[in-house]
Design a protein around this ligand. Structure first.
Ligand code: NAD
Length: 290
C-alpha cells in the first residue's frame, strides 16, 4: 500500500485525506489542531504528534497549509528534511506564492527532495466529492508521478513548470474575488430597484454576467444567509495579494485588481478573523450606501 503523509487537516485537508484513505492509501497525518488529528483517526488514518513523525516512511508528502510562511517553516525544519526519503515527492497543495515556491524547490532540490505545486479550486464540496480542479507546476516526469495520487482528488491540469500551479491559482482567485465583489454591488442594486434577487440571479445565470459567484456562491451561501462556504475571507485576501504582486512582478499594473484588494482588505479589517469569504456580499451591502 502506498503511504501519503498529509500535513494540514483543515477545511480542505481533512476531506482530501479521507478521499485518499478511501482510495486505498495509508494516510499518516499531522495538524496543530487536536480535533483535526482526531478527525483523521476517525476516518481510519494515522495521526502523529509532529510533521517529521508523519512524514517518516511516506512516498508522497502533501501539504495543505494556510500560506507560504507556514509551508516553508514546516518543510525546511531539520527534523522534517531528515525524515524525508530520497525518493519522496513533496506536493504543496496550499495556495502559496509562486516565486517563493520556485525558490523553495531549488532549496529542497539541493537536499535531494523534489517539490511540485498543486493548488486546487472547487472548495470544501469539491474536496469532499473528489471534483477539485488541481493546477500542477512540475516538469513532465514529476507531473506524471504526482498525478498518480492527485487523480483521486479531482481533475489534474498541468499548468507549467514549478510555480505555475500557484500562479494559476492566485490569478483564478483574483478573478473569483472580483466577480464576487461586483456581483454584490449589482445584486444589491437590483434589490433596491425592486427586482427579486433570486429572479435576478436566474436571469444573470442565463446571460453573460454569470460567474462562479452567481452560479454557486450567491444561491448556496449568500441568499440563504449561511455564509459557510468553508473558505475564510482572510485566505481570499492572501490569494488576491499574491496575484496582484505577481502582476507587478511581470510589469502589469493591475489597476482593477489593486482596487479589489483594497476593498477586500477593508472588509477583512471590519469583519471577525474567522469570517467566511462570502460575507463580503453582506459587507458590500452595508458599505455601499450613498
Ligand atoms: P484551514 O485554516 O481550514 O486549514 C489549515 C490547517 O492547517 C488548520 O487545520 C491548521 O491547524 C493547520 N496548520 C496551521 N499551521 C500548521 C502547522 N505549522 N503545522 C501543521 N498544521 C498547521 O484552511 P483551508 O481552508 O483548509 O485552506 C488550506 C489551503 O487551501 C490554503 O492555502 C487555502 O488558501 C487553500 N484553499 C482553500 C479552499 C477552501 O475552500 N477552504 C479552496 C481552495 C484552496
Amino acid at each position: 500500500m502506498s503511504t501519503v503523509a498529509f500535513i494540514g487537516l483543515g477545511n480542505m485537508g481533512s476531506p482530501m485525506a479521507r478521499r485518499l484513505i478511501d482510495a486505498g492509501y495509508e494516510v499518516r497525518g499531522f495538524d496543530l489542531s487536536d480535533d483535526a488529528r482526531a478527525g483523521l483517526v476517525d476516518a481510519s488514518g494515522l495521526a502523529f504528534e509532529s510533521p517529521a513523525e508523519a512524514i517518516a516512511g511516506a512516498s508522497t508528502v502533501i501539504l495543505m497549509l494556510p500560506n507560504s510562511n507556514i509551508v516553508e517553516s514546516v518543510i525546511t525544519d531539520t527534523e522534517v528534511t531528515a525524515a524525508i526519503d530520497d525518493d519522496t515527492m513533496v506536493i504543496d497543495m496550499s495556495s502559496s506564492e509562486p516565486l517563493r515556491t520556485k525558490a523553495l524547490e531549488q532549496l529542497l532540490a539541493s537536499a535531494g527532495v523534489r517539490l511540485v505545486d498543486a493548488p486546487v479550486s472547487g472548495g470544501v464540496k469539491g474536496a469532499e466529492t473528489g471534483t477539485l480542479t488541481i493546477m500542477v507546476g512540475a516538469n513532465d516526469q514529476d507531473f506524471d508521478r504526482a498525478s498518480e495520487v492527485l487523480r483521486h482528488l479531482g481533475t489534474v491540469r498541468h499548468a507549467g513548470q514549478v510555480g505555475a500551479g500557484h500562479a494559476a491559482k492566485a490569478l483564478n482567485n483574483l478573478m473569483s474575488a472580483t466577480h464576487l465583489l461586483v456581483s454584490s454591488e449589482a445584486i444589491h442594486t437590483g434589490c433596491r430597484f425592486g427586482i427579486d434577487p433570486e429572479l435576478l440571479l436566474q436571469i444573470v445565470n442565463g446571460s453573460s454576467g454569470r460567474s462562479g459567484s452567481t452560479e454557486n456562491k450567491w444561491p448556496n451561501f449568500i441568499l440563504p444567509e449561511t455564509y459557510d462556504s468553508g473558505f475564510a475571507l482572510k485566505l481570499m485576501v492572501k490569494d488576491m495579494k499574491i496575484a496582484v504582486e505577481l502582476a507587478n512582478q511581470v510589469g502589469i499594473e493591475a489597476a482593477l485588481g489593486n482596487s479589489a484588494v483594497e476593498l477586500w482588505e477593508q472588509a477583512a479589517h471590519a469583519l471577525p478573523d474567522t469570517a467566511d469569504h462570502t460575507e463580503i456580499a453582506r459587507w458590500v451591502s452595508e458599505m455601499s450606501n450613498l
